[in-house]
Design a protein around this ligand. Structure first.
Ligand SMILES: C[S@@+](CC[C@H](N)C(=O)[O-])C[C@H]1O[C@@H](n2cnc3c(N)ncnc32)[C@H](O)[C@@H]1O
Length: 237
């Protein structure tokens, strides 16, 4: 990882938008068994692990991410908890069977339909998937809104086309909603604070990374009514 990027992101709790309210709202209709087996796919530093355990207090969470330093962070935080295992592996390679695969802001790396098809094979027959993915909230997003996703290599769906992808992958949607501003700010807020702390002593390389991150947060704030993340809970059929 680029050292400047590492300085900015080191030890953040999340690496994408999301918060406990989002997790609770998405999982409320799931009625998970208390001993459910859950995969946190693309877990990042593990910001959702505690919330997942709250929905399955006697269950297990397997947290996987291809970025090994995130897995080290998860192990450091949950190493003493026998319910949590963390592995530096691809979410595409998990055997399961899981009752729930939770995938916050990471499914687009596999592609929504392909990723869901892969997940389907590692779920119990009536297993659940919960994910967030880039979405348009208006019929005709502005050029500025479209530009927000430039360079992300992520397909951006409308609500209807996203739910069509979910069905095409062999799932029935149960609940879906757009991520709240608070969920986005729980990602950008700590980054803003970090930027303010690092800025006074930053060298040119770090300034460039701080500028880029500031532009990302400002970019989202400018277009948040038009685009963001849609959160979906769906059951395998
Ligand atoms: C936007 S971050 C979200 C992290 C975390 N879910 C969160 O909300 O804080 C996306 C994560 O997906 C991970 N990732 C990308 N491709 C992956 C793959 N094939 N298997 C597992 N993790 C992957 C990245 O390393 C990154 O940590």
């Amino acid at each position: 990882m680029d050292p400047a990027f590492f300085l900015l992101h080191q030890d953040l709790l999340r690496e994408g938008p999301g918060d406990r309210d989002t997790l609770d709202r998405a999982l409320a209709p799931a009625n998970l068994r208390p001993d459910a087996v859950i995969c946190d796919a693309g877990c990042g530093p593990g910001g959702d692990v505690e919330g997942l355990l709250a929905h399955a207090p006697r269950g297990r969470v397997l947290a996987v991410d291809t970025h090994a330093p995130f897995i080290e962070q998860v192990r450091a935080r949950f190493g003493g908890d026998p319910r949590v295992e963390a592995r530096a592996e691809s979410m595409a390679d998990q055997q399961g069977p899981f009752d729930l695969i939770w995938c916050a802001g990471a499914l687009y790396f596999l592609g929504v339909r392909d990723g869901l098809r892969t997940f389907r094979g590692s779920l119990v027959p009536d297993g659940l998937v919960a994910f967030s993915a880039p979405a348009w909230f208006v019929e005709e997003p502005s050029d500025t809104a479209r530009a927000f996703w430039d360079g992300e290599d992520a397909a951006v769906f409308t609500r209807d086309t996203l739910l069509a992808e979910v069905r095409a992958a062999g799932f029935e949607p149960i609940v879906d909603f757009s991520l709240s501003d608070a969920a986005w700010e729980s990602y950008f807020g700590p980054i803003d604070e970090r930027i303010a702390r690092l800025r006074p002593t930053a060298d040119a390389a770090l300034h460039a990374v701080l500028d880029m991150s500031e532009r990302e947060a400002q970019g989202w704030r400018a277009v948040r009514k038009q685009t963001g993340y849609q959160q979906v809970l769906a059951r395998r059929v």
